[in-house]
Design a protein around this ligand. Sequence first.
Ligand SMILES: [Zn+2]
Length: 131
Amino acid sequence: MTNPSELLLCPFCKGKLKIIESARSDYGYDLICTNEFVDESGMTAHCPLGGHGFLDESNLTKKANTRPIESALNEQIREQGELIERLSSALVDVLHLIDEHGSPVIKAHATTLLRDRNALSAYATWKEKQK
Ligand SMILES: [Zn+2]
């Protein structure tokens, strides 16, 4: 029916999703999560997705992959990443200016500059892990 690799992962547990013909009379197809896990009591449990019914088979993959909240959050994360990138670049420029032309008083604030450099370093490490 639908190629599972075309479906996004389960929004609840990141398990594999599958579209099957529904056993319920009011739906033609169900979106189910194939993931099982052991809960706190040691019992095998199923993903909380349960099953999501679709009336007909038109655009099943597109319907299953439509997630407006997730899409909005991903866009927000992308925008925040761009903003962090711009702020990081601006901070690097300021630190270079201080290194080259800063007064002895400004340069004496080494602790603050060190904190800023450490923040930049942490950001660079985080950014590298995102790739
Ligand atoms: Zn799931």
